[in-house]
Design a binder for this molecule. Structure first.
Ligand code: ZN
Length: 177
């Protein structure tokens, strides 16, 4: 189970989704705890940028966010407590691109465990969740997206991405309730 970018900067900080992301807190915490309790592999995929990194492609697209060592990179709300309570069972994985697979060892971690199905929650539906889901599809994973566990600053992009997950990536788009 992947929790993508549910950090302070992306919820209500430097690059905020705002209200739609704030409203995910309960569902993301509940879904994360459920997967931990079931003994599943849970990953916090967390964006990481370096101060003043002008060569990073996002520097031309977005204001600085999730800078190493800043509060903005902390998990938002109660998810921070959930993570602290289950540190041994949750893998904290820094990532530097939209996709949690890009430049990380996520695929090795999943293959080592024989994992073939991935569930995704977090933000933004139409950016980091989307790019992660596309990579998962191309690598042959089955995908579940919790529609009450993802959000975007862009309602149209959010709706489009949910349709894309379902119709083009063959994902199981479902509600956690
Ligand atoms: Zn970023």
């Amino acid at each position: 189970m992947l929790v993508v970018d549910y950090t302070k900067d992306f919820v209500d900080g430097k690059l905020p989704v705002g209200e739609p992301a704030i409203l995910l807190e309960e569902a993301i915490c509940r879904i994360t705890e459920q997967y931990v309790q079931d003994g599943d592999y849970v990953v916090m995929a967390v964006d990481l940028h370096e101060e003043g990194d002008t060569l990073h492609p996002e520097s031309k697209l977005f204001p600085p966010h999730n800078i190493r060592g800043t509060e903005g990179r902390e998990l938002y709300g109660k998810l921070a407590e959930v993570y602290e309570q289950h540190r041994e069972q949750i893998y904290w994985m820094d990532k530097t691109r939209y996709s949690a697979f890009c430049g990380t060892n996520l695929e090795q971690k999943l293959r080592e465990r024989g994992i073939q199905e991935i569930a995704i929650v977090g933000v933004c539906t139409d950016i980091c969740v989307l790019h992660t889901a596309v990579d998962a599809y191309n690598k042959g994973y089955s995908i579940t997206i919790y529609e009450d566990g993802v959000a975007s600053f862009n309602p149209e992009g959010h709706a489009w991405a949910l349709g894309h997950f379902r119709a083009t990536l063959g994902a199981n788009v479902t509600n956690s309730r």
